[in-house]
Design a binder for this molecule. Sequence first.
Ligand SMILES: O=C(O)CCC(=O)N[C@@H](CCC(=O)O)C(=O)O
Ligand code: ZN
Length: 352
Amino acid sequence: MSFDVLRWSVSAALAERPDAPLAALFQGPAQTDPIQTTQTLSNGTEVAFWDYGVIAVTPPASVAATKDVVISCAVHGDETAPIEMVRDMLQDILAERLVPSQRVLFLIANPAAILNDSRFVDVNMNRLFSGAHNQGDTAEHQRASDIERYVSQFFKLQQRYHYDLHTAIRDSKHEQFAVYPFTHGEPYSKQQLTFLAECGVDTILLNRAPTTTFSYYSVQAHKAHAFTVELGKVRPFGQNDMSRFAQADSGLRKLISTEALELPEFSPSRHHVYDVCRTINRQAEQFALNFPDNVANFTEFAQGHLLATDGEIEYRVEQPGERIIFPNANVAIGQRALLTVVPIALEQLKLV
Ligand SMILES: O=C(O)CCC(=O)N[C@@H](CCC(=O)O)C(=O)O
Ligand SMILES: [Zn+2]
């Protein structure tokens, strides 16, 4: 199904809150074809609609922006709270209640999946970046390729940031956490750890290998500080308690509207850090998790405990302190069905 055909219905699907008409997110202010329109607000902010759900915001000419910030949501279409956050930020920008001081690219990544009330339509879009979109021809492959092009078109300044907002399928012992993608040996940023903690995200998962996720793409292709940010649990539109997202919302709004963001001193004791220990990809038709659906992310199991069976293979806990994260038995064969993580001391990491 083409994203063009979907645009009206996606807007309708999202416009559930009567106070929040969403047409602008997808059609641009003129709501006519072609989609590419640019509007200059009375405060001088330029809002450019590059494509459905792709909105570039440039601060007034009097402001010397120093940061490029990508804020993305709906890489998974059923993760609705981040979509509501992005929608509200955009509406506040259009209403001039939020005035950006930095360049911002808002991305509503997978409108077709939003409309479908599903994580994805054909393929998990968060496995299609860094060139993986060349290996298929679904609408999601095409959209991931388009998104890479838009991000490349956007990033210009030296300071580059990307927060890819998600919510998780399960409850979590740490309600909000971020995946810090592989940095190719670059030190981890104290400033970014502090910023995330200010957003309420005090738990970090280090993934120390290349992946095909959106956040890793921004690290690898654009040398951005980029993160997959998990802000809570997946719920349908209208069922999110937005007060639980207030800290992240306020942190992101401050980041984009402040010329020189002031952050507190880095304080190592503020952060819980985990290292990915094992990535378990499903290999067989007969794949099963050996714990119930209500077991939360970051739950620890005893050494030797059977976590999953994959055909004849048994996956057991190997290390003391090993915890499960992102378990999903319903992934396609070859895709990640489970990660295990172990706590790691910040002192062991190269920080800058
Ligand atoms: O709750 C789950 O099982 C999945 C939540 C989710 O979508 N997580 C991202 C993490 C991406 C990363 O590792 O950076 C994903 O699986 O795509
Ligand atoms: Zn997600």
